[in-house]
Write a protein that binds this ligand. Sequence first.
Ligand code: ADP
Length: 483
Amino acid sequence: MRSYCAKTHEFAPFEPWRGWHLSCRRVPGAMRARASRCYDAPDMAEDIDRLRSSYEAQVRTLGERLARRERELSALSEMASEVHSTESAQSVFEIALDKVREKLGVSAAWILVGEEGEKKLQLVAARGVSEAYLEDVRRNGLSECLCREVFWSGHSMQARNTTQCPRMPDIVDGSDPSTAHASIPMRFRGGSRGVLNVASRSGTLFTEGELRFLETLGHQIGLAVERARRGEAERQRHEEARSAYRELRAAQERIIESEKMALLGTFAAGLAHEIRNPLNSIALQLSVIERRNARLESDMGIRELISIIREEVSRLDALAGDFLQFSRADRVQQGLADLNDVVEHVVRLLEPQSVDCGVSLAYERPEQLPPLPIDGEKMKQVLINLVRNAIEAMPDGGRITVRVELHDDVAVLSVEDTGPGLPEGIDIFQLFVTTKPGGTGLGLSIARQIVAQHGGVISAEPAPGGGARFAITLPLAPKEAQP
Ligand code: ADP
């Protein structure tokens, strides 16, 4: 049989021949005295009453403790299921803080995370923390404080007031001197750790139970973050695989397209050549007719007919020329050339045409531009095409800006206009795609082919102020190849 000490809440063996409490070191003097004498009936009744009420008190305390524990456990299981249900590590932190505030009714909570090897802790989520503190941590990192100790030691700590943690008044606006705060360590896989900080209601210390609750929650956050990070890494791997697949598909399509182009090019070259010969002969014959017609007394409208035929012949000749250029697009002679010279040449060439159409043509050149690994003549061809398209898009006048910008390892040549903008729903770089009555839809296909042969990319997008913007991104020459 064991006896119970209501004062110390300890159990001791019952020794009837010596009375109660003998084994209890903290037994009060009066009782100790009574223990040495024999019991009479009233004494025994009195002790039994005392014993009963002490048992009842103990049962009540245990009941309350059990109820509290049950509340903690249900709060914890609710929080655990919420933090485990999210897919991102950041949401785990955010949910955990909201729940801590809701369940413990605390004024502020915040989480810091860092790598074991590094000395820097980062604030990843915060609730009820002052703006000034957030700004300070963002700018200067975390200065000396309790969190660092908890981070390194891996043990929970509680600052009982703002004297023990002098940073608290900066962290929580209006916190009074009695505000305590608890720092709970968290561990994630792969050498990273964190600290969960909770500021208590002022004047209240965290109880043992609350600290245990926070520690269990810290553990749950660690597990949930790990799970979410694994999920994030998995999703990233999937996304990478998907984008590698997309790139592969695009590369495959480009190969098919360039094979198609090569085939078409050979065919176009042959056809253009065959067309141009009879066209030349028609043009020659027209000159003869013209000369003979000049000798006749009556013209009978022949001169006008000749001029119409000549116009059509030259249109066909230009078309055949386009086809020939298209077929020769693979013959890029890559040396080092000055892109500024290319642009200035094209601007001089097309200025008269742009002036005729009421279009201003400006070139914004970079301060410095190294020679680029380009075929100058082919680049001229591309640029002429883009500028001509822009002029044609603005029959009532407008503005064209040609720009060259130098970035880390690329140069970007762009042509921007103030015209009506790009047609919607069609791929204007596709062969034979045109919206112009007399267009061939060859220009941009040729441009794309030439740019691709330079290892570059051409793209079209709406210009910032309306109109269209074409941009050609070209790689710079390797450093050792630059003069
Ligand atoms: P084409 O000039 O013979 O039509 P392109 O391949 O050069 O052939 O151009 C294809 C189409 O792209 C044009 O018909 C036009 O619809 C569109 N386009 C090209 N440049 C511009 C521009 N600057 N503004 C608006 N649309 C343009």
